[in-house]
Design a protein around this ligand. Structure first.
Ligand code: SAM
Length: 380
């Protein structure tokens, strides 16, 4: 059992007996029938049944969302509700299929009825309009969906080559993290699409105004560096990433007209020297891709690079996040398992690794959306 799991285990004998008694009750058919019949416990019994059903059926809900994304339903409804017949014609479905999809979407809160045979956006569907990050993620999940077909084989390490391990080629071998340009293009586009949400969140939570030079390690196509440079016109920014990715960052800097204060460096952060001169370094969604030994190696390199007054910013979704437990522990737990490397860590686990790498002050900064990212600020 790891330390995190141990911290959550019942700590005393009486608590353990209480949980055992509760579990026996819930497992009993007679108790569940009585709980559902008794007016005071009925809402709880219904909620528990609904939660369990949602766990059983969640994969169906995800595929309904995928159908809406692939058929562009949210954009079609963005200007207002449509008659079912019009929706059918615009999506290329027959009338029955369009109605089936509409009913499913309404049941999930993605769509809403707006009169007889007319459907519009529901609250969740409205949030999907123009949300390229989420749409790209929903599409990307087709790979994960296939990889999770036999979750037990995956847990036992018997699933063979997964789709996600081909999608993220650098996950396979840290010494030879060479990535062909085509592969880099595919995953870098996905990362870029989802980066703006994290960039703004991070720049609001930890403004970089007191810093002069930012180095974003594993910075992808440079979306965070560009957002930081836009927010702070005095800031020099640079990205270090695998050569094929750094090349894409360089092109982005030129396209954004900031090439005079932005640079991109290609290399492998395990084997090549990192560019010096930065007083703030960021590692955004990088740590969770790697095992502890690799994380320690990266952190030690960053520590060696930073001046005594320098700052390291780590931003990524973190495990055991209050209100977002399924994200860190269930979703990323299995996503990274399918990818073949890495794990999501609690803020405490990251803090311990930072301290082992020589960072003495580590502070957690709160974010508006911990579901998207947690943030740690570390100083030598
Ligand atoms: C999950 S992506 C995150 C990208 C970006 N920071 C973001 O949040 O959008 C991880 C990044 O680390 C880079 N990377 C992985 N292994 C690397 C290595 N050994 N050396 C340099 N960069 C690496 C990948 O190319 C990729 O751009």
């Amino acid at each position: 059992m790891n330390t995190q799991a141990a911290a959550h285990a019942p700590s005393s004998g009486w608590l353990e007996r209480l949980f055992a008694w509760r579990d026996r009750l819930i497992a009993s058919d007679a108790f569940r029938r009585r709980a559902a019949a008794f007016p005071l416990t009925r809402p709880l019994a219904r909620k528990a049944a609904r939660d369990l059903f949602d766990l059983c059926a969640g994969f169906v809900y995800s595929q309904i969302l995928l159908a809406c994304v692939r058929l562009d339903v949210f954009r079609l409804l963005a200007d207002g509700p449509l008659a079912l017949a019009t929706l059918a014609q615009r999506t290329g479905l027959d009338d029955d299929a369009a109605e089936r999809l509409a009913r499913a979407g309404v049941a999930l809160g993605l769509l809403a009825w707006r009169g007889e045979q007319r459907v519009g956006l529901g609250q969740l569907g409205a949030a999907m309009v123009g949300n390229e990050a989420l749409k790209a993620m929903v599409e990307h999940h087709a790979l994960l969906y296939a990889d999770l077909e036999d979750p037990v084989a995956l847990l036992r390490g018997q699933a063979g080559a997964t789709r996600l391990s081909s999608y993220w080629p650098y996950a396979a071998d840290r010494a030879r993290a060479g990535v062909a340009a085509g592969h880099a293009l595919e995953y870098s586009k996905l990362m870029s699409a989802s980066q703006p949400l994290i960039a703004e969140e991070l720049l609001d939570a930890y403004p970089l105004k007191r810093h002069a030079r930012l180095l974003d390690i594993g910075g992808g196509e440079g979306r965070f560096a560009i957002a930081a440079a836009r927010r702070h016109p005095h800031l020099q920014v640079s990205v270090f990433d695998l050569p094929a990715v750094a090349e894409r960052a360089r092109a982005q800097f030129a396209a954004q007209g900031i090439a005079d204060r932005a640079s991109a460096h290609g290399g492998n952060f395990f084997t090549d020297p990192l560019p010096g001169g930065a007083d703030v370094v960021s590692l955004i969604r990088v740590m969770f891709d790697h095992d502890d030994a690799s994380v320690l190696a990266i952190l030690a390199n960053v520590r060696a690079l930073l001046p005594a007054t320098g700052t390291l910013v780590i931003a990524e979704p973190m495990a055991a996040t209050r209100g977002a437990l399924p994200m860190g522990d269930a979703y990323f737990g299995f996503y990274l398992l399918a990818m073949g490397r890495g794990r999501s860590r609690t803020a405490e686990e990251l803090r311990a690794l930072l301290q082992r790498a020589g960072f003495s002050r580590v502070q957690q900064v709160s974010t508006r959306m911990p579901l998207q990212t947690g943030i740690l600020i570390a100083n030598p």
